[in-house]
Design a protein around this ligand. Structure first.
Ligand SMILES: NC(=O)c1ccc[n+]([C@@H]2O[C@H](COP(=O)([O-])OP(=O)(O)OC[C@H]3O[C@@H](n4cnc5c(N)ncnc54)[C@H](O)[C@@H]3O)[C@@H](O)[C@H]2O)c1
Length: 74
C-alpha cells in the first residue's frame, strides 16, 4: 500500500523531490503525495507540474493541516 505523504517545501531542494525523487516512487506505488505546501506560489508550480497535483492540493499555508486532518504526514 502506498505511503501517503505531504511534501512541505517545493522550491529549492523540494523542487528536486517533486521533479526527480518522488515520481519514480509514485510510479512504483510506494508513495502517494496527498498534497504539497509552500509559502511561495511560484514554488507550488513544481508540485503541480511534476507531481500533477491539483491546485487545491498544492497550497500555501497551514490550512493544509485542516484539510488533511487524519492523514499521517512526514
Ligand atoms: N537532508 C538533505 O539531504 C538535505 C538536502 C538539502 C537541503 N536540506 C535541508 O532542507 C531545507 C531546505 O533547503 P533548500 O535548499 O531546499 O532551501 P530553499 O530555501 O531553497 O527552499 C525551501 C522551500 O521551503 C519553502 N518554505 C519556507 N518556509 C516555509 C513554510 N513555513 N511553509 C511552507 N514552505 C516554506 C520556501 O518557500 C522554499 O520553496 C534546509 O533546512 C536544508 O538544510 C536537506
Amino acid at each position: 500500500m502506498a505511503y501517503k505523504m505531504i511534501q512541505v517545501g517545493t522550491g529549492g531542494f523540494g523542487r528536486s523531490w517533486c521533479q526527480k525523487f518522488l515520481p519514480p516512487n509514485i510510479k512504483d506505488g510506494l508513495v502517494e503525495v496527498a498534497a504539497a505546501v509552500d509559502i511561495h506560489p511560484q514554488a507550488l508550480n513544481n508540485a503541480k507540474e511534476f507531481l500533477g497535483l491539483r491546485a487545491d492540493r498544492a497550497v500555501g499555508s497551514a490550512v493544509i493541516l485542516l484539510i488533511f486532518r487524519g492523514y499521517r504526514a512526514c
